[in-house]
Design a binder for this molecule. Structure first.
Ligand code: ADP
Ligand code: MG
Length: 344
């Protein structure tokens, strides 16, 4: 609850009061995180209808992306012992996207991390540092090349690979919500702010700023109720992955939930968070995870090569932005008084 409150302060503090524009906000819990959708429209009823439709869309997608629900496609696929399985269109599309970003990032993003995620048990009562032998065994099942997409929603997992779409699911859901909002009439949804955990989608016009852009905060990893920069965006998604959302500590060391597919350990590259700003939230979600694994130098080089708008925050409080940031948003560095340095 504390976390939900913190994120609200951040968003509403920045976006301000929407004046007299009718709006409706729905807060809900899905995909293991707090979510909120605020829709602005010409009247409150249509705004409410649009917001509720967005919530329903996310809830409907949950079984398509979850691997823990026993009735889910991924659960069935992960327990099929290598047999070909038919999955839903949404599940197939999400796996296809995941494989595409795994290839793009040279496997830094890898959707076959389920054996490792299970082993470490981050965010469960069973969170612990596994033995090297356990890690080696889990790693032997990791490798996105073991996902066979056979067309017609048929998928096969080879070599004991098990899918975990946790690194892409909220982005996929944000894109689905955007698609839904786009279908609404102009009156029903002139603008919307969609917050699915660390994925923020800013859709259409912001009535609080006379139809201008939305201001989204980049969280301070030391205190995520505060921000160290803002990005002014429209029809774009701002996605952050960090070491401060889901982790446990053992012997004074922090073990977080973004794993390096090469070592089987939480990525330890001196980064606290990576934020990606992109019109495609699925892509942004996969890339924040991948860039966190790559680390600062490789991450910056990857972004330069692929024209990715990203903000990297290092453990020594340096904030790096890539060249593409200026082309997708108005970025303002605000971290000086919190001890951060604008490294550009
Ligand atoms: P969040 O879920 O907090 O938004 P991310 O988008 O970075 O954060 O996703 C982290 C989740 O993705 C983990 O909880 C795990 O399920 C999965 N995961 C961890 N490491 C990787 C990786 N290298 N590639 C793909 N998925 C990963
Ligand atoms: Mg991600």
């Amino acid at each position: 609850m504390k976390r939900l409150f913190a994120v609200f302060l951040l968003l509403f503090g920045l976006t301000g009061c929407a004046g007299r524009q009718p709006s409706y906000t729905t807060d809900f819990f899905a995909m293991d995180t707090f979510m909120s959708v605020s829709v602005y429209g010409s009247d409150e009823d249509s705004a409410q209808q649009a917001a509720v439709a967005c919530e329903q869309e996310v809830n409907a997608l949950e079984p398509a992306l979850s691997r823990t629900r026993e009735d889910s496609d991924l659960h069935r696929l992960n327990h099929a012992n290598g047999a070909v399985c038919e999955v839903s269109e949404d599940t197939y599309a999400a796996i296809e996207a995941a494989v595409q970003y795994a290839a793009l990032t040279g496997g830094a993003f890898d959707p076959t991390m389920a054996s490792l995620t299970d082993l470490w048990g981050i965010n469960t009562e069973n969170a612990h540092v596994p033995t090297q032998a356990e890690i080696d065994e889990a790693l032997s099942h990791v490798g996105y090349e073991n996902i066979k997409l056979l067309g017609n929603n048929q998928v096969q997992l080879l070599d004991g690979a098990q899918l975990d779409l946790g690194g892409i699911g909220k982005g996929f859901a944000t894109d689905a919500v955007f698609a839904l909002l786009t279908q609404q009439t102009e009156d029903a949804a002139t603008g919307a702010l969609v917050q699915l955990g660390g994925n923020i989608g800013a859709f259409g016009q912001n009535p609080a700023r006379n139809g201008g852009n939305w201001v989204v905060g980049v969280a301070d990893p030391d205190n995520n109720a505060e921000f160290v920069a803002t990005a002014e965006v429209r029809d774009a998604s701002v996605v952050t992955s960090g070491d401060y959302e889901r982790y446990f500590e053992q012997d004074g060391k922090r073990y977080h939930h973004i794993f390096d597919p090469e070592t089987g350990y939480p990525a330890d590259t001196g980064l606290r968070s990576v934020t990606v700003i992109d019109e495609n939230s699925t892509r942004a979600d996969a890339l924040t995870t991948a860039l966190f694994v790559m680390g600062l130098d490789d991450g910056l080089a990857f972004c330069a090569e692929n024209n990715i708008a990203a903000v990297f925050i290092t453990a020594d409080k340096q904030i790096y932005t890539t060249d593409a940031v200026a082309s997708v948003c108005t970025y303002t560095f605000l971290g000086a008084e919190k001890g951060y340095t604008d490294a550009q």
